[in-house]
Design a protein around this ligand. Structure first.
Ligand code: IMP
Length: 431
């Protein structure tokens, strides 16, 4: 029986977690998201049809599975309703199996306005402008935060929003932004609240009920280990705990309920937004970066921005594996490397005359390190139709085995295309 499993992005997000969650979901009873909000972008292709989800867990696409949006999330009610309406038009009904935590924090339009304004100045992070940072900042500040559960008492919600906006509107104006009308925003949000009501629950109690009944849970990570607020490439990170600790704080489940951690890593690396990226293909390698972007369709699901592309970085992966106690790897998009003469793996960083063996905490240092590469022969035959390990070209097998050796944990799955079926499951200890 599958243990409860956390599916974690091992890089800077966009690793293909949605596809891995979708593939694993049949073995689980419930799929839960613990953190982040509509900054996430999961694209799942089923029979040629693309489903792009931002706020809902990818598990919603599997009929009959219960899905939870946990207390650790920044919950945007408008996007939530848009996504459930879109799925309803495709015949996917979620009422009765999708639950939103009453402890989750409400993300309202003024959070997006703050996000937009702070991205205009110097020191921009390159955010998705979905209001994530301002919403979590309010949560930490407490006095300007509103939780989903507060929508259940309309009069109290109106009073609360009025007080919050009395504090926030002067700041919005001072930054050159648009102040929000307490009455209009309360009316608009309370209209949405009527539709939200059947989904809102005390999800902590619900999850503990399901744990008590032995239900198997899949915890769906959003963003990635290197975007974690504490352990990522700060300050160029998101504002939530994208790593394993976030599962516990973002859902109210104990650490021992997180049975296994499956880390998802692309066969190369991408990132969007600002921040250090040692293996980014720039300068003499710019053409390679362009090739990875074109072949891998590396454009943001949420913002459409071109992603920065580079080689696989084992120093970065080992750090993410250590922090999160990752048990095994799901490697995605191996097919994007098809046809290359040489494939590179970064096995060290050099800084001046020194060789670093661990991932630096400082953004300034990370920006200055130079990657040390190990070059492996590439493969000419396509991998896209491979469905078993033996179908992969020998050089592609060697690449996967080398990554496994360098990371010190098994590669459990290899994905070779966007479609649901384009996946090779490796038996334990096989590769
Ligand atoms: P925010 O989460 O919108 O505040 O953005 C902070 C940083 O995280 C930016 O570099 C974003 O590009 C990045 N980011 C946030 N969510 C995702 C995601 O789902 N995939 C990839 N990058 C993300």
């Amino acid at each position: 029986m599958a243990p409860n499993t956390f599916v974690l992005g091992l890089q800077w997000g966009d690793e293909g977690k949605g596809k891995v969650v979708d593939a694993l979901a049949p073995d689980y009873d419930l799929i839960a998201r613990a953190q982040g909000g509509a900054n996430a972008g999961h694209t799942i292709v089923i029979g040629g049809a693309r489903h792009a989800l931002h706020l809902l867990p990818s598990g919603v696409l599997r009929a009959g599975k219960e899905c939870v949006l946990g207390n650790g999330m920044a919950f945007d009610p408008e996007i939530f309703l848009q996504e459930i309406d879109r799925l309803a038009r495709q015949g996917i009904r979620l009422q009765g199996r999708l639950y939103v935590s009453d402890r989750a924090h409400l993300l309202l339009p003024y959070h997006k306005e703050f996000d937009r304004l702070s991205e205009e100045g110097v020191g921009r992070i390159g955010t998705t402008k979905k209001g994530i940072g301002p919403c979590y900042a309010d949560k930490a500040l407490r006095v300007t935060a509103i939780r989903v559960g507060e929508l259940s008492d309309p009069a109290a919600f109106r009073a609360r929003l009025k007080d919050v906006l009395a504090r926030l509107n002067p700041r919005l104006r001072a930054l050159g932004g648009k102040a929000a009308s307490p009455t209009d925003l309360a009316d608009r949000t309370l209209r949405l609240a009527v539709r939200l009501k059947p989904f809102v629950r005390d999800t902590v109690t619900l999850l503990h009920d399901r744990l008590g009944r032995g239900r198997r849970m899949l915890f769906e990570g959003a963003q990635g280990a290197m975007l974690d607020l504490d352990f990522g490439t700060y300050p160029y990170v998101t504002s939530s705990s994208a790593s394993v600790g976030g599962v516990c704080t973002g859902l109210g489940v104990p650490p021992k309920a997180v049975g296994e951690v499956l880390g998802v890593a692309k066969a190369y690396t991408t990132r969007v937004g600002e921040g250090g990226f040692p293996t980014e293909c720039l300068g003499a390698e710019a053409k390679m970066g362009e090739r990875l972007r074109t072949v891998g369709h590396e454009f943001g699901t949420t913002t459409g921005r071109p992603r920065r592309c580079g080689w696989l970085d084992v120093i970065q992966l080992r750090y993410a594996i250590a922090v999160n106690g990752v048990d095994a790897i799901a490697m995605t998009k191996l097919d994007v490397l098809d046809g290359l003469k040489t494939v590179r793996i970064c096995t060290g960083y050099r800084l001046g005359g020194r060789r670093l063996t661990s991932f630096p905490a400082s953004a300034a240092l990370l920006g200055r390190v130079r990657p040390v590469y190990e070059d492996l022969p590439g493969w000419t035959s396509p991998t896209a139709s491979a469905r078993r390990w033996a179908d992969l070209p020998k050089a592609a097998q060697r690449y996967v085995l080398r990554v496994q050796k360098l990371c010190g944990i098994p590669v459990r799955m290899v994905s070779v295309g966007a479609d649901r079926g384009a996946l090779i499951h490796l038996s334990r200890g096989r590769a």
